[in-house]
Ligand binder design. Sequence first.
Ligand code: ATP
Ligand code: PH2
Length: 179
Amino acid sequence: MALFRPRRNEHGTRAVLALGSSLGDREGTIGQAIADVDMLRETRVEAISPTYETVAITDEGADPDAPAYLNCVISIRTDLSPHALLDAVHTIERGHGRVRDEHWGPRTLDIDIITFGSLEMMDATLTIPHPRAWQRAFVLQPWLDIEPRAVIPGYGRIDELRAVAFDEVTPYVPDRDDS
Ligand SMILES: Nc1ncnc2c1ncn2[C@@H]1O[C@H](COP(=O)(O)OP(=O)(O)OP(=O)(O)O)[C@@H](O)[C@H]1O
Ligand SMILES: Nc1nc2c(c(=O)[nH]1)N=C(CO)CN2
């Protein structure tokens, strides 16, 4: 189920972040990372998408034998600059044991900045909108659940992009042991 919070203040920039985890306590890590984002200076989480279990996309393509990801998307409002937000999400990733080794390899936590208001920019460390979000169902589907009319600046409407994205996403049903 998606969660939405009433907007108490309208200042700052609305940004969309995508979270993914394929190692360890995936659900716990994503939940804590969302709380970490909400604790950032001048930043507030406004909506949390449902979580999806998704087949890992690796350098060789979709790999059903690689650890599956949990993915979700959050919308935030922040007064941080785009680079300060990038630094902050990297700190959160490191706090959850993220190690940068294998390209597109399994990871405890990945947080990508998908959009930042209507900003379009590219420099050595940051590209906004995220350059691969437009083709990733593991980003577009959860985002669609919380913002069905969203547009990726320069790429178009996410409902249209989602319709042609082919990677596999399945609603995540937690395996609760309440006994
Ligand atoms: N919009 C963005 N969000 C997050 N990182 C970005 C963005 N644009 C550029 N980067 C840069 O990409 C670098 C690699 O990021 P990361 O290791 O998370 O990539 P990845 O998750 O493996 O791959 P992908 O970018 O395809 O999701 C980061 O150090 C960061 O400087
Ligand atoms: N299913 C899935 N595959 C991925 C993901 C991800 O979040 N989910 N992230 C990647 C690099 O960011 C590479 N591959």
